[in-house]
Design a protein around this ligand. Sequence first.
Ligand SMILES: Nc1ncnc2c1ncn2[C@@H]1O[C@H](COP(=O)(O)OP(=O)(O)OP(=O)(O)O)[C@@H](O)[C@H]1O
Length: 226
Amino acid sequence: MLECRELTRTYREGPHDLTVLDSLALSVRAGERVAVVGSSGSGKTTLLNLLGGLDRPSHGEVRVAGEVLHRMGDAALGRFRNQHIGFVYQFHHLLAEFTAIENAALPLIVRGQRKRDAEQRAMQILEGVGMRERADHKPGELSGGERQRVAIARALVTDPSLVLMDEPTGNLDQTTAASILALMDELSASAACAFIIVTHDPGLAAHQDRVLRLDGGRLTDQAVGD
Ligand SMILES: Nc1ncnc2c1ncn2[C@@H]1O[C@H](COP(=O)(O)OP(=O)(O)OP(=O)(O)O)[C@@H](O)[C@H]1O
């Protein structure tokens, strides 16, 4: 479902080039859940941005559901992202003037769905992350963990085939984090949704099918207990 070949990203910094990802290879199957760990500055965010088509590689390619991302124009890439990819950022990026349900329904509205249908689906997902009672609240009236759960609902509302997460449980208490993990278990089993999760949380990493370490611009399998 996701295939990276010779993925390279070099940042030009004055006279020097900084190669953050160096001919990296990655293959993720439908429904698979992969944790990516690595020290600060190792390139985890750079990798997520490339996998989601938010940035273009200096060399190599990212293929999602058979399509090479950087070969698409901006408009086609935008549509492709809406169709196939969900994002959960460390800083949720919710719209302040919209309620939780409006935020969660937004990707479906962008896709052209009727508001009523979109919000009905959004409510199902909000219920799954324990946010039904808070659906009519705006982000400013929600706790950090609640906002993160709305962001997760927004990423899942389109039934994406790939979800990219940057520290998704970073600011959640253990019970809430456990309910998010259970929801991810359910989705990866029933909807064949693949997850790539950047995290510093060893518990969250250990819960995934594979743990990969980003180091020196490449990914290597991390043995359990490392
Ligand atoms: N737009 C940019 N221009 C130049 N250098 C950049 C740019 N973005 C990132 N970098 C550099 O690339 C390296 C990798 O950054 P990145 O944010 O991908 O790391 P990270 O593993 O996500 O770090 P952290 O865990 O601290 O968030 C860092 O040395 C960073 O300074």
